[in-house]
Write a protein that binds this ligand. Structure first.
Ligand code: CU
Length: 556
């Protein structure tokens, strides 16, 4: 027989011990405690670190003359291939065999003939484009081919137009990496006002596509009555796999325009099938660089541009939906890809995860998308936005003048000076970047960022810094490999896939790593664990004592 006062006391103890046990339970300590966990700062250099500049073709940087074509210096880490530029300027039919052998161009990729107006440059231009799939699934194994990294470790499936190519699509027999010629975005095409231009689409892809000339003066039908607007929407008028079709134009109006596929346009444009087409003003001896493939620097600008500017860059902003891009990596059968892409995937639920400038996201933009300048220069920027979202282009240290909207020159009084230029989908703006240090156009020399000020545009799938961040670098601030001179290893932590796979802390390197590195495991608080064990033990004992007493009482 238990004393009823002892029982009452036991009951009271139980009521008190329950909240004590809850408070003492081990999980509680992890939220906030004076004994904070140690910092793991042992990652002196993140895993998988790659050199910011691979320096594969230093000889491509210098100013040079190839087959009589003057090619300007380009100080970036990965400059464009000058032999390509020579062939783009003269036409494949007019360059020497050694030059052609240094390109990836097919013999009929670009022919230039017939000086119709007698002004010293060719006026009949024949262009052949193919459709290239980047990072597609291979039936030969578990790898993507031809591989094209938009940033460290990220290979979204992409489709691009490309000049008709020859030779291997990959760098060499032991590589799955695309050769430098096959990349995003679809290349910039330059033609001259009044040129008779024939653009033949040879569809080397498994889906139908077209070329729609957006904003470019072109007739609705070809001379022979054929389709000429690329407005096929997947019907029989599209160019089906293995077929080819020639679009004709003789543009009267100049300006920065677009071309893009118009089959399943919502998907195909976002897959990468859009590029700039620029109609240059007619001038004597105006041999144009018909294609611009790479980081955007025009190394052989037109006569008209050279009259007003020291340099010219083409900036193409493009975004990627990682789920859409993955579809082409999930099957080899075009019927399955069609179903997944057009019927299962819903583009109204699409998201933009990667933001590319000329085919790369930061940090790879540092390799080929820099604007390199000196003071007192005037630089022409041709900017196109083929993203779904708007771009709010912002330059640090500069205010730029918008001279053209959608290719049309604005009257002088309407050429506004801004530090954020908004560019909606499919729009183009021509910008004059003036590097005169007057406190308005430029604040002085340095390494100035330029980026989309829609803040998601500077992330890689939500990890900052990334996206379309690039730099205006003054020549005194660029090193021998085309990298900006900042403190040593300034960009090292970003040249690794681990950073963008969210595996390393934002501040894993440098002097603050011991403060802001990864939080280590908690040191156990033995006193509290012991107290918790004792409390729970006492609770059980009391409950057992009470239950036993209750059973005995019932039996008596
Ligand atoms: Cu298409």
């Amino acid at each position: 027989m238990q004393n009823k006062y002892i029982r009452l006391l036991s009951l009271l103890l139980i009521v008190l011990l329950i909240p004590l046990a809850v408070w003492l339970r081990p999980g509680k300590f992890e939220e906030a405690d004076l004994n904070s966990p140690s910092t793991q700062s042992r990652l002196a250099r993140p895993a998988g670190f790659e050199k910011p500049c691979k320096d594969e073709h230093p000889e491509w940087r210098q100013a040079q003359t190839i087959d009589g074509v003057e090619i300007a210096e380009s100080l970036a880490c990965s400059p464009d291939n000058p032999y390509d530029i020579a062939a783009f300027v003269k036409g494949v039919n007019n360059v020497s065999m050694p030059t052609l052998m240094n390109t990836h161009l097919s013999e009929d990729a670009l022919t230039k003939t017939d000086d119709l107006d007698g002004d010293g440059d060719p006026d009949i231009i024949r262009i052949k484009l193919e459709v290239i799939e980047l990072n597609g699934k291979s039936p030969d194994g578990d790898f993507l081919i031809p591989g094209y990294d938009v940033l460290p470790g990220v290979q979204p499936g992409l489709w691009v137009f490309a000049p008709k190519t020859s030779d291997m699509a990959v760098k060499h027999y032991g590589s799955n990496q695309a050769n430098y010629f096959l990349r995003a975005p679809s290349p910039v095409i330059r033609v001259e006002q009044g040129d008779q231009v024939y653009i033949t689409l040879e569809n080397t892809h498994y889906f139908p596509h077209t070329i729609h000339l957006h904003g470019v003066d072109h007739p609705w039908r070809t001379v022979d009555g054929g389709e000429n607007d690329g407005d096929a929407h997947g019907g029989d008028m599209a160019v089906f796999p293995g077929d080819s079709h020639t679009y004709e134009l003789k543009p009267r109006t100049t300006g920065t325009m677009l071309y893009h596929c118009h089959v399943q346009t919502d998907k195909h444009v976002m897959m990468g099938m859009a590029g700039m087409i620029i109609v240059e003003e007619n001038r004597p001896n105006n041999w144009l660089q018909t294609f611009n493939i790479g980081g955007g620097h025009v190394r052989h600008p037109s006569v008209g541009v050279r009259e007003e500017y020291n340099q010219e860059y083409d900036l193409h902003y493009q975004s990627v939906d990682k789920r859409l891009a993955k579809i082409i990596q999930e099957a080899n059968d075009p019927r399955l890809i069609e179903k997944k892409m057009n019927r299962e995937f819903n583009m109204t639920e699409s998201r933009e995860n990667y933001f590319l400038l000329n085919g790369h996201a930061f940090p790879y933009t540092l390799r080929d998308d820099l604007i390199v300048t000196g003071p007192n220069e005037k630089i022409k920027l041709r900017v196109a936005n083929t993203q779904n979202s708007a771009v709010a282009l912002h330059f640090h240290g500069h205010k730029a003048t918008v001279t053209h909207y959608d290719g049309i020159k604005q009257p002088e009084a309407m050429q506004v000076i801004r530090d954020v230029v908004d560019i909606s989908s499919a729009q183009r703006v021509d910008i004059k970047l003036d590097t005169t240090n007057d406190g308005l156009h430029n604040d002085g020399e340095g390494v100035w960022m330029f980026h989309d000020h829609v803040e998601t545009g500077t992330t890689n799938d939500g990890v900052e810094p990334g996206g379309n961040i690039s730099l205006v670098v003054y020549r005194d601030y660029i090193d021998g490999q085309g990298m900006p001179k900042l403190h040593d290893g300034a960009f090292d932590q970003f040249f690794t896939s681990a950073y963008y796979a969210r595996e390393t802390p934002m501040w894993a390197t440098g002097e603050f790593a011991h403060l802001l590195g990864e939080a280590g495991p908690l040191a156990p608080n033995y006193l509290k664990i012991t107290a918790f064990g004792l409390t729970v033990g006492l609770l059980f004992a009391l409950v057992f004592y009470l239950v036993r007493g209750f059973k005995k009482g019932a039996a008596e």
